[in-house]
Write a protein that binds this ligand. Structure first.
Ligand code: PXP
Length: 396
């Protein structure tokens, strides 16, 4: 294996061996050394201090160390084989630096990795100013090329949740506004899917809505629901294009957290099984937590929808970036184990693009922000129409 990663970090560390391995392979390809061997060691500050003391005589931790493989150490190598050496990164230092620089931990690790690799390729900023400038330029170029390569090539789909159109209707118990018409307008505007949550208390979407939407939605109907017998039976009868299982509490204003899949595997496996048998793919709405993602796969889900609420609610930039990391990591993990990935909850016009940029995410489910904006951007026309009608009555 060209990139051998050893992690001495505790399980659950924000950057793991998989990320470092993938990053290493992409970097080796970018520098034209796909076949070269490279070792990466992820450590904490304690171990980094020990290495820094032993090899550089500096008794303090540092962010990254590179150890080029010398010919003497490598011994005779098979023809064509290059062994570059070792890059050691301290995640403790990288995390502190990421906070200070206002970047994500993954971004910081990426930059440190590039720095270490450029050292292994023979450049050394400590030798001369000229070489320091050349090294910085090479690092910038590699970071830019990595970013360009990582920019996703396809955009995720947008599925619009029209629950709150029904909320307004139910406020008066009349027939307007009709979520069926709203769904059609969303599709005409380009939405690639429609989502409705049929809650047990039927507070907004009604059975009639789901049945009619099944007939009218031309894109994809995603039925959000709790894993109860009554609703599962209705889903099987109506046959939406997919089902998203969510936790449901009577008194909550909206879905409050992801499903506890690990704690109810048997029940969920049964519900997923019934739906799958009827030919309905199932998504489980989960927090961005590896254990929940793994459990979703165990119970037979096709998708996970990653709960973005904590990312959206985070006020401080640092906390927001940490939440984004969690979503990014869970999305990567889900894709690695063969799950398809959607995301949603709390997304709005300021934060949705950060989640849309995550490569594994196939679809965003957005409701409240779009309906809220529709009320405001549509109000001007609604008032003008009523004024024109009133004026017309006078003249008439
Ligand atoms: N995804 C799930 C599972 C949800 O429960 C909701 C809210 O109904 C959404 C996405 C959409 O969230 P929001 O209305 O905040 O966009």
């Amino acid at each position: 294996m060209p990139v051998a990663v050893t992690s001495e970090l505790p399980a659950g560390a924000p950057v793991g061996a998989e990320y470092a391995g993938r990053l290493g392979e992409r970097l080796l390809a970018l520098v034209g050394q796909e076949e070269a061997e490279l070792s990466v060691l992820l450590v904490g500050d304690h171990r980094m201090q020990e290495l820094n003391r032993r090899y550089r005589g500096k008794d303090r931790p540092t962010n990254v160390l590179s150890f080029p493989m010398t010919m003497a150490e490598a011994g005779p190598l098979p023809p064509g084989l290059t062994v570059l050496g070792d890059v050691v990164i301290s995640l403790d230092t990288a995390t502190r630096e990421a906070r200070r620089l206002g970047v994500t931990v993954h971004q910081r690790v990426r930059d440190l990795f590039i720095h270490g690799l450029v050292h292994l390729l023979g450049l050394d900023h400590e030798r001369s100013e000229k070489e320091a400038a050349a090294m910085a330029a090479r690092e910038e170029e590699l970071a830019a090329r990595l970013q360009q390569e990582a920019r996703r090539k396809t955009m995720p789909y947008l599925a619009v949740n029209v629950d709150h159109v029904a909320t307004v209707r139910q406020a008066r118990g009349t027939t307007e506004p009709d979520p069926i018409l709203a769904a059609g307008i969303c599709e005409l505007a380009g939405a690639q899917g429609i989502v409705v949550h049929l809650r047990e208390d039927r507070r907004h979407i009604q059975d009639r809505d789901v049945r009619l939407l099944r007939q009218t939605v031309k894109t994809k109907l995603n039925l959000e629901m709790a894993a109860t017998q009554e609703i599962v039976a209705l889903a099987i009868e109506v046959h939406p294009d997919m089902v998203t299982l969510v936790p449901e509490k009577r008194h909550e204003l909206t879905t409050e957290g992801g499903l506890n899949v690990t704690g109810q595997k048997k029940k969920l496996k049964e519900a997923v099984g019934w739906l799958a048998e009827a030919g309905i793919p199932v998504s489980l709405f989960v927090d961005p937590d590896e254990r929940q993602v793994l459990a979703a796969q165990e119970v037979g889900a096709t998708f996970v929808e990653l709960h973005t609420g904590r990312f959206c609610d985070a006020v401080e930039e640092g906390a927001r970036e940490e939440e984004l990391e969690l979503v990014a990591r869970a999305a990567e993990r889900a894709r690695e184990i063969g799950l398809r990935v959607n995301a949603g909850h709390g997304l709005n016009y300021r934060n949705a693009s950060r989640i849309a940029a995550l490569e594994p995410v196939e679809e965003l489910s957005i409701g409240h922000a779009i309906i809220a904006r529709a009320v405001l951007v549509g109000l001007d026309q609604a008032v003008r129409e009523m004024l024109a009608l009133i004026a017309g009555a006078r003249v008439g």
